[in-house]
Write a protein that binds this ligand. Structure first.
Ligand code: PLP
Length: 388
């Protein structure tokens, strides 16, 4: 018996697809080439016809370094196949374009990542594709929004500012019974904390920029799904839009993936410590953290997730811009910046605006990175005076 066949994901991320590296190398080669040369026309024709054929053709079509990273991300998400793209937004926009056609209707949950919202509610109008935004916490609201021409339900569970969840299995079952496709942004869940595929989603998108790459030095995206859906996506949106990932970035992702589980566990330890600190602070009106005992959708979170990673948000009592600015400026370890999932802690002002809120509120989103938890708390503590 080969123990690798039954191996856990931590083991697969070290060994999958790496049995026969040239020269006995233990790190995969970076195949930084635009094109590949052939010995004969039959081999060339096979490579042209099928992007999965043994020989690679051209890096917009396939590349060995990219293939290996795709194989590992598919293992992480639990999908048959994966397509890497040049950014998370390239993954999201291509996945959506692979599903919709002129005249269709899309249901999208409130609070999704801003550019995704813009893409669905504004850009798609060019193709006469309409959309309805619904409160994703309520599966009945999703069902009520469906129309005969609805071809897509777009999910992001949880949303990445206020952490609002959807009942993903219930929504995907309903969609499937009506022949509607589902796409979910699973960047928060990073495959290991939550598998969108296991919850019935057709196409799962990731901003690989975040936890998968993990070191804040790569922008990339991934789409995970069945072999059939990913093949079609590859041959159409992938090859025609050409939003590919550079082999060097795929190589960096391979390196990042090796420690994915360790980093997710470590960031959760830090987020839990920060939550324990924030929850009783007099400057804080509300904390949003999926791992909290009093998290509003705790039961649903426990059904769908194995962990939280490092994201946590809080609503400061003071909403004054100058004080918020002073708080962010006086942080010494948390850097002020968007994104998350890397080694370093980040803090960002987030104008939270949901359907049920009469006006936007200034939320501070913290990404707790790999620094020592006590240093992160000391940093927040010294900056809190600015929020009085
Ligand atoms: N989805 C979520 C939840 C994000 O936070 C982001 C980026 O911040 C994206 C998608 C887009 O990813 P990228 O920046 O890699 O295009």
């Amino acid at each position: 018996m080969d123990p690798r066949n039954e191996a856990h994901i931590e083991t697969l991320l070290q060994h999958l697809g790496e049995d026969q590296l040239p020269y006995g190398a233990v790190a995969p080669p970076l195949v930084q080439t635009s094109t590949f040369a052939f010995q004969c026309l039959d081999q060339f024709d096979a490579a042209m016809k099928d992007y999965e054929s043994e020989a690679c053709l051209y890096t917009r079509w396939n590349n060995p370094t990219t293939r290996l990273a795709e194989m590992k991300i598919a293992a992480v998400e639990g999908s048959e196949a994966c397509l890497l793209t040049g950014s998370g937004m390239a993954a999201i926009s291509q996945a959506i374009m692979s599903v919709v056609k002129a005249g269709d209707h899309v249901v999208v949950v409130d609070g999704v990542y801003g550019p995704t919202y813009q893409f669905i509610t504004q850009y798609l109008q060019r193709f006469n594709i309409t959309s309805t935004v619904v409160d994703g916490r309520c599966k009945e609201a999703v069902a009520d929004a469906l129309r005969p021409e609805t071809s897509l339900i777009y999910l992001e569970s949880p949303t990445s500012g206020m952490f609002r969840l959807q009942d993903v299995p219930a929504i995907t079952a309903m969609a499937r019974s009506r022949g509607i496709s589902t796409i979910m942004d699973n960047t928060y869940g990073a495959g290991l904390l939550q598998s969108g595929i296991a919850l019935g989603v057709d196409l799962v998108c990731h901003s690989v920029t975040k936890y998968f790459a993990g070191h804040s030095d790569v922008v990339a995206g991934a789409i995970c799904g069945s072999k059939e859906r990913i093949r079609t996506l590859h041959d159409w949106e992938g090859a025609l839009f050409g939003g590919i990932i550079a082999p060097f970035n795929a190589w960096l992702i391979l390196r990042g993936l090796r420690t994915l589980k360790l980093r997710l566990d470590a960031t959760e330890v830090r987020a839990r410590a920060v939550h324990a600190f924030l929850k009783d602070r007099p400057e804080v009106a509300e904390v949003f953290y999926c791992g909290a005992d009093d998290f509003a959708q705790r039961e649903l979170f426990e059904q769908q997730f194995k962990g939280t990673g490092g994201l946590i948000s809080f609503l400061p009592k003071v909403q004054d811009r100058a004080k918020l600015n002073a708080f962010l400026q006086s942080l010494k370890i948390y850097r002020m910046g968007v994104s998350w999932g890397g080694h370093e802690s980040l803090a960002v002002h987030y104008p939270a605006c949901c359907m049920d809120m009469p006006e936007p509120k200034s939320v501070i989103r913290l990404y707790c990175g790999l620094e020592d938890p006590s240093d992160l708390i000391a940093d927040l503590e010294q900056a809190m005076v600015q929020l009085r």
